[in-house]
Design a protein around this ligand. Sequence first.
Ligand code: PMP
Length: 406
Amino acid sequence: MTALDVQTIRADFPILSHKVYDKPLIYFDNAATTQKPKEVVEKIESGYYNVNANIHRGVHFLSLAATEAHEAAREAVRRFLNARSTNEIIFTRGTTESINLIASSFADECLSPGDEVIVSVMEHHSNIVPWQIQAARKGISLKVIPMNEKGELRLDAYKALFSERTRLVAVAHVSNVLGTINPVKEIIEIAHAHDVPVLVDGAQSVPHMAVDMQDLDAEFYVFSGHKIYGPTGIGVLYGKEDWLDRLPPYQGGGEMIASVSFEKTVFNELPYKFEAGTPDFIGSTALAEALRYVSAIGMDRIAAYETDLLHYATERLATIEGIRIFGQAVHKGAVLSFLVGKIHHYDMGMLLDRLGIAVRTGHHCAQPLMHALGIEGTVRASFSFYNTKEEIDQFVAGVDRVRKMF
Ligand code: PMP
């Protein structure tokens, strides 16, 4: 595997050469959203300038071109995920909408009072609250997989959560706070041994490692375009075709019907059944461009480079007096959550910002996890393939400088 040419890559991301407060921007908030390469932004621009017309149903040239681009984007996503069919690729607004779609449709079809859904202690709110909404509607309950002191899910405890009322497991592939890469393949195998389907939240995995739907065998897998160098407002729900066929639509409207009368409406076939209304066809084509961009670098090279950055940053940060790093999993993505002494995470974030360093502070939409850790929030640095060790050196020096101020 050849090394990444990071300087050439950085030139593709104009924002990375910006200054903030007259200091070079160091962008370490990649778990929240990633920056966009020129190719992606140009795709959006050229989409609106050259192929803008509402898709499907149209007979005119532009409409056909836009339809073709949107469906080509679906094929690009299928290929990227190694899904069996484009019928398994549903475009949504992002991870959150994908999970809400499944929670709602799955609950309508498969959940009755007394049923149980298993989630983990390290879920993002978007993989907790949709299930709580269904819990209130359907009288189901949530069972929670605990973790060990390193921030790894406890599979022994997970196995013990199954009962004959377990209907679904919904779990993050990678924690957005701890960076833990969960053993989702094993988690899925265990669920399947109980005949229980699995939804995997891939928001923090798809941008950073190769994923293969046929190998993983999850029933549902979701991610957001904006975290993988694509635009905001577009995301993906992958679902096995037999499951998507079985589930009822999430929203009604145009596109998702075969025929409508006041007496009877027949829903459209997959994937359109789940795409009510005008889809974001500009967003889908720009997302496909982002997937093309990362594929050209190579997901395995991205993973190797980012792991190297994580190890370097962890080692360097560990030298700081009073540091506490949250998440020491053996398998870990490029996310570093920490606190220094008694310094409030918000103060650390604000002062780092003044040095041009963008990190995230707070509970990271994972308040139950914060509760389990006995803290209110952390400072989180999260890396991308366009970050460098020099940036990490400056970041560590910045953290130490803030420490000395308190
Ligand atoms: N799940 C995880 C693990 C996340 O990190 C995020 C984003 N922080 C989400 C879900 C929600 O993603 P979005 O806001 O793009 O829908």
